[in-house]
Structures are given as C-alpha cells and as structure tokens.
Design a protein around this ligand. Structure first.
Ligand SMILES: *Cc1c(COP(=O)(O)O)cnc(C)c1O
Ligand SMILES: [Zn+2]
Length: 552
C-alpha cells in the first residue's frame, strides 16, 4: 500500500497533503497538524497479517508518517513487555495493575520510539544536522539514532540534568551544550541557535514524527492486553481503564491518545482509557492548573524539583488539549512530591524487581496516590508507563543505606583478631527470627519479600496451622505473622494454643488476614495480638512499622 496521508490542522480543520517538513497550517498558520490515515484500509491489512509481523514498533507501519521502509533507522525499539505487578497488586488489593516496561528500549527510555521515527524521517527528508532541547532522555536517544543515521546532533540541556546523562549523549558524538537556565529558557536558546545556523529544529510535540511515534505505546498496550486477557481470541485489542504516565511537556499522552483513538475509529477497541497524568510538585503547571479548573496553564518560571527529566514549566497548547480530553473522557492530573517519587522507586525496586529513574517514579507515586484516594478502583485495569531506566543510582536516593563496607586487608592484618570469615559473617547479622504462618503462596511470597527487602531476619515459613505450631515450638521465633483462615488448624485456634503454652505465650503475633472480622472474631483477638493488617490494604512500610514495634 502506498501511503496516502493527509495533515489536518487541529485549530481550523484545514487539510493539506503530507509533506515531510511541513511546519504550519497554510490556512491559519498554527503549527499543530495531525496526520490522517486511511483507517478502513489499514484495518483490513491488519486483519490479514498483523500477528505475524516482527516484534518492533514498526509492525504498525501503516500508521506511521514515513513513506519508504528503506529509511527506517532501527535498533529493535518498541514491543516492550507488558508486565503484571503481582506483589504490588496483592499488597494493595489491586489485581489488574500492569507496567509497560519502556526501560527496555535501546537507550533505556520511551524516547527511543520518538528518536527512531524522528531520525528515520530526518533521513527520508535528507536532513543532516539537527538541534534539540532536552531534559535528558531525548538527548541520549536522538544521539544514538543520529549516530546510526549519519546525522550531526546539537543537544541543548539544562544544567540541572544529571551529569551522567550529559556524558552519555556526548559519548555518541553529539555536541552537548549545557545551559545554566530553566528548560523553557534552554528551548529558546536552542531555537535561536537553529535559526541562526539554518539547522533543523526538532520542536517536540510540534514535530509530527515525534507525536506519532508515541501512538505505538497505545497500539502495543491494547494488542498485548488483548493477548493476555483473551489468549485464544486471535487479533483482539483491549484498552485498559487507565493509562498512567509521568509528564513533562506531555508529548507522550498526546501521542498515546491518538493511538487509542485510531484503534477506536477502526472498531478494534470498545472504549477509550482514562488518562492519569502525573507531574512533580516543584514543576506542575498542568496538574495545578487542572485542579484550579483553568482553561490555560499558569507557567512555572523556576522549577523546584530534583527530577530534571520532567521539569517543563510552560506546557503551551498541550495543556488545553489534554485537559479537554480528560474533561470529556475522564481521568485526572495529579502532582507528587519528589520524596514520594523516590519512595515509589524503592517500592518498585524492592517489591517487583523493577529499577527505574526518578521521572518514572513520579508515575508510580501518582498511582499510589490515586489508589489511596480511590480515584482508581480495585476492579479497574491500569497500565503505568515505566518510562525510563535508572542510571547510576543518584546519591540523594539511597545515601549510604544498605551499602556495607568491607576491607579484607584490614581483616587480615595480624593486630586484628578478626579474620576474613568473621568479617564476612558480620555482613549478615540476623539477630531476630520471624515465623510466617500463611497458606496462600502469593501472600507468603509477599510477606517474605517485604521482610527480605526491609530488614535482615531469619525467616521460617509454614503453610498451615498445624505445621505452624510445630514450627513455632521448634524455632521459638521473636515474632509470628499469622493468617487466620488456614487448613487443619486455623489462626484463631493456633493463637489459643500459643497463649495456653507457658513457653510460647509471650511471642508477639501480628495477624495479616483477608477475613472481614465479626465482633466475635475481634473479641477472640483482642489483647492477644500486636497488630492486625488487612490483606490488600497496606503498604510495605505499614507492616514494617508494626514489626519493629512488636520486636522492641
Ligand atoms: C520524557 C520523559 C517523561 C515525560 O514525557 P512527556 O510525555 O514528554 O511529558 C517521563 N519519563 C521519562 C523517563 C522521560 O524521559
Ligand atoms: Zn489551521
């Protein structure tokens, strides 16, 4: 199929044929043009053979604004995994949480989609020198793809971007210019430079390729969710109830929304998702303006956040565009503190094995907030964009916590009585032991994981009440985590037996249960346990606090 793409101005609806370097509408001179494709034709083609195509974002070729496949510059971007969040779901009682793992792009962020398509279009347009302003990841990703395509890149970064990111961009041979000013000011400087030199300026959301690339996130989510939910229903797409993303300028959700709406127009999904767009509190022009119900955003001149990746202070036309979508289809904009984002990073790393950069942590902090407020409901399907991988972990995230010093030379010296083995032993000092009595393997895994990540304990586990009692007698733990509903001997009876036994009655017990307690149940537990936690309704730190109290 030869591509027949038309550009439509979102302000005056004027249509023009697609040309690669089209900048603005010939009718009203505004510069937000959306490509229109022949969706009926695309749908027929996809019905015949989408499934068999290679696992990259280029499988959606018909909906991308590149004319000749020969110009594709690719490193296998796209088709990142959609991963279920089992531990987090169990902890919070939300069984349908997924992440779109964009860390798995070639340079570690979802900007790889943007770079792949934009640089391919540069190649097709015979553009040899390009200027971008960036908060970091676009700089890295465009650098990598430009290197492959033989394009010289000038990347203007704000001085708040972490040095590691600047160095990585420079490693690819990019000219890196560090601007001591806000990101918005940096954009101005980059524009002046491009005009002065006559180089092509990539204008982010105003760059058609950049915006269109982000559609592939939506197309993949719907295709992958379709496969997960209907393993035998060939070719079905499913939209989630929520799409959650950390935003800066908002290019991501603009493109993602277009992707879902094209699927909807093709009749491939039944409904549109709600958008939850999360900003860092210290630079949240969109979230703040949304809450104040303002039709235009109030800009932030002086961002106050450590998370430079998401510090765009003036969202321009993107804000009213996204606000309108949310007012029509549901969703929300929310702001979170840096500290909440860092905490979310720790939770995701410790509970799910997913290490992300602080910008992605913003999305998860937003997720937790919206769950706490019940804006997102337990029965809803939620996909969070895990937008970027962590780079060398920044100091302010971890401090010296959990990094132990070991000096083998010191241990070997004759005047210390300690040998290397003792020194190694000391690395793992487990003074307290905890018994987990729990029959559900998922819940047992969750408790075990929290205790592994949050402290250093000797753990003993039993999966029914009888085995639990035997285990407690044998190991005399410092604390028991007890489930109530279990086979053979339930938690209530086990508790009775502990309290009747002189040797065991002083061992503290924390009950973790899914049972809704009757007044009679409560009476049976009253005064005999240290704490009661409801499964699916606590965070890992809540449990830890109760444990530390009980062990005191
Ligand atoms: C760019 C970026 C964002 C913000 O994306 P926008 O959709 O452009 O606002 C979030 N997280 C990471 C890791 C990013 O690189
Ligand atoms: Zn127009």
């Amino acid at each position: 199929m030869s591509k027949n793409i038309t550009l439509k101005c979102i302000y005056c609806d004027h249509q023009t044929p697609y040309r690669l370097k089209t900048g603005s509408c010939p009718h009203c001179a505004e510069d937000w043009l959306d490509p229109l494709y022949n969706l009926d034709e695309v749908q027929l083609i996809w019905q015949r053979g989408l499934k068999q195509r290679p696992q990259t974002m280029w499988r959606y070729w018909e909906l991308l604004p590149l004319l000749d496949k020969a110009n594709i510059v690719s490193m296998g971007e796209g088709c990142t995994p959609l991963l279920p969040l089992h531990n987090l779901g169990l902890m919070m009682g939300y069984p349908h949480l997924y992440i779109k793992d964009e860390r798995q792009g070639p340079t570690g962020s979802f900007k790889d989609r943007q770079a792949a398509l934009a640089v391919s279009v540069f190649k097709e347009s015979n553009i040899k020198e390009v200027v971008v302003a960036t908060t970091g990841n676009v700089g890295i990703s465009y650098s990598a793809y430009s290197a492959r395509a033989g394009i010289k890149l000038w990347a203007f970064l704000t001085s708040t971007v972490v040095q590691d990111k600047m160095r990585e961009a420079a490693l690819y041979g990019t000219e890196v210019i560090k601007v001591t000013a806000s990101y918005d000011k940096t954009k101005e400087v980059a524009q002046q430079f491009a005009e002065h030199k006559g180089f092509f300026l990539d204008k982010g959301v105003k760059n058609i390729a950049a915006k269109e690339s982000m559609k592939t996130v939506a197309l993949e989510i719907a295709e992958q969710l379709g496969c997960l939910l209907h393993p035998d229903g060939r070719g079905s797409f499913v939209a989630p109830d929520w799409y959650v993303q950390a935003i800066s300028g908002g290019l991501g959700p603009v493109g993602v929304w277009k992707g879902f709406s094209e699927l909807k127009q093709m009749g491939l999904i039944a409904k549109m998702p709600k958008l939850a767009l999360i900003q860092a509190e210290g630079c949240a022009p969109m979230a703040n303006s949304f809450k104040a119900n303002l039709p235009q955003a109030v800009n932030v001149a002086d961002p106050q956040t450590l998370i430079a990746t998401v510090a765009t202070g003036s969202p321009g036309a993107v804000y009213p565009y996204l606000r309108n979508i949310i007012l029509t289809y549901g969703g929300t904009m929310e702001a979170v503190a840096d500290s909440e984002s860092f905490r979310a990073m720790h939770v995701m790393a410790q509970m799910e094995g997913i290490s992300m950069e602080p910008a992605a942590g913003v999305a998860f902090a937003g997720l937790f907030k919206l769950i706490n407020r019940q804006v997102i409901r337990p029965e809803e399907t939620v996909v969070v964009n895990c937008s970027g991988h962590t780079f060398p972990v920044e100091k302010h995230l971890l401090g010296e916590r959990r990094i132990q010093a070991l000096r083998p030379e010191a241990a070997l010296s004759p005047d210390t009585s300690e040998g290397v083995l003792t020194a190694l032993d000391n690395l793992d000092e487990r003074v307290k032991s905890i018994a987990i009595i729990e029959d559900d393997p998922g819940a047992a895994r969750l408790l075990r994981r929290i205790l592994q990540a949050k402290g250093n304990y000797n753990l003993h586990e039993a999966s029914d009440g009888e085995a639990g009692l035997a285990l407690i007698k044998e190991t005399l733990p410092d604390l028991v985590l007890l489930d109530l509903m279990m086979p053979k001997l339930d938690g209530f009876s086990l508790l009775d037996m502990l309290k009747e036994d002189e040797a065991l009655k002083n061992i503290p017990v924390i009950v973790v249960t899914a049972k809704t307690l009757t007044p009679y149940d409560k009476n049976r537990l009253s005064g005999r346990i240290e704490a009661l936690l409801k499964k699916g309704a606590f965070m890992e730190d809540d449990l830890l606090e109760d444990i530390l109290d009980a062990l005191e």
